[in-house]
Write a protein that binds this ligand. Structure first.
Ligand SMILES: NC(=O)c1ccc[n+]([C@@H]2O[C@H](COP(=O)([O-])OP(=O)(O)OC[C@H]3O[C@@H](n4cnc5c(N)ncnc54)[C@H](OP(=O)(O)O)[C@@H]3O)[C@@H](O)[C@H]2O)c1
Length: 298
């Protein structure tokens, strides 16, 4: 198939491009700048420079493609995420670029849109499992961009088109966010939010890349994509083992956690998310877990 990927130079985008190429597809990676070209070509795809906020330019870029995969994001790293302004770019990407991408994909005649989304929109559900039918906890204005992005993908799925919305688990691997966490663990600084008994649903980047390939087989709908959920105390030990640190990763104090703000507050939620729907629909399976040695170098 001919597949266009937006955000192709990013953590998720690079994995998606590499996995789609390995699966035998013809891939066009979209970047806003010339310096993104070698990154995309290095993964075996054709690179195109385009403005992801410009619907007309996107329509021209997507013409002739069967599928559009949108992996755009700009998540601030570490405690920078406490500052609401640090989310401005991420918000704009979901609020405006994702909408332009969905509309352009339809105009260009693509039959399928695969849209990255996140499990962090679910409410805290303690030790109970969370499936796709669980109502989202998105009343706060901070979640408006993600809701608008979802609506745009749903709108795409009219007139026989297919929209697959992947609610990805918390990413881990060799990305900046996890690298920051491993450094904090080595230095004995707190890094974890929530409570030790809370659940976390993780997703290795490689498995995320494969999920975009598997999503080519899925019917329209929302799908959770993550590994077997584990408790945060287990994750604290896994982080320490990978960091080569003697002691488990530390939690922020209750007082510090009380002032993290809406954006980081989602990381305090206990999210025991089931990906059974995606697995049975597509056959996708996570291959790398947080106790797989060397996961931060893969
Ligand atoms: N579910 C999760 O847990 C989750 C989800 C997403 C990200 N993250 C984490 O967050 C960290 C950062 O990753 P990320 O995906 O946010 O960022 P990223 O990988 O640095 O960025 C993704 C791509 O989006 C494009 N982009 C970013 N800002 C843009 C803008 N203002 N205008 C146009 N294009 C823009 C860039 O492409 P060009 O510069 O080539 O145009 C960039 O390569 C990583 O550690 C990642 O693992 C976690």
């Amino acid at each position: 198939m001919k597949i266009a990927v937006t955000g192709a130079t990013g953590v998720l985008g690079q994995e998606a491009v590499a996995a789609l190429i390995a699966a035998g597809h013809e891939v066009t990676g979209v970047t806003r700048r010339e310096r993104g070209i070698p990154v995309i070509e290095g993964r075996g795809a054709r690179a195109v420079v385009a403005d992801v906020f410009d619907q007309k330019e996107l329509t021209r870029t997507f013409r002739g493609h069967d599928v559009v995969v949108n992996t755009l994001a700009h998540v601030p790293i570490g405690m920078a995420a406490m500052r609401p302004l640090s989310w401005r770019e991420d918000d704009r990407l979901h609020l405006e670029a994702s909408v332009a991408i969905a509309k352009a994909a339809a105009e260009a005649g693509a039959g399928r849109l695969i849209q990255e989304s996140t499990i962090f929109l679910y409410p805290d559900n303690g030790s109970e499992w969370i499936g796709e039918d669980e109502p989202l906890s998105v009343r706060n204005q901070a979640f408006k961009p993600r809701v608008k992005e979802m609506r745009a993908a749903v709108d795409f799925a009219t007139s026989g088109r297919t929209a697959v919305i992947l609610r990805l688990g918390q990413l881990f691997g060799r990305d900046p966010q996890t690298t920051h966490a491993l450094k904090a663990v080595r230095e004995g600084d707190p890094i974890l939010l929530g409570k030790p008994e809370n659940y976390v649903t993780l997703l290795h980047h490689r498995d995320a890349g494969q999920a975009f390939v598997s999503a080519l087989r899925a019917r329209s709908g929302f799908y959770n994509v993550g590994g077997e959920p584990i408790t945060r105390s287990r994750w604290a030990k896994d982080l320490a083992a990978e960091a080569g640190a003697g002691k488990p990763a530390k939690f922020y104090t209750e007082l510090a956690q009380a002032v993290v703000g809406t954006r980081l507050d989602v990381q305090r939620r206990s999210l025991r998310v089931s990906s059974v729907r995606f697995m049975s629909e597509t056959g996708w399976r996570p291959l790398t877990g947080p106790s797989t040695p060397g996961w931060s170098r893969m």
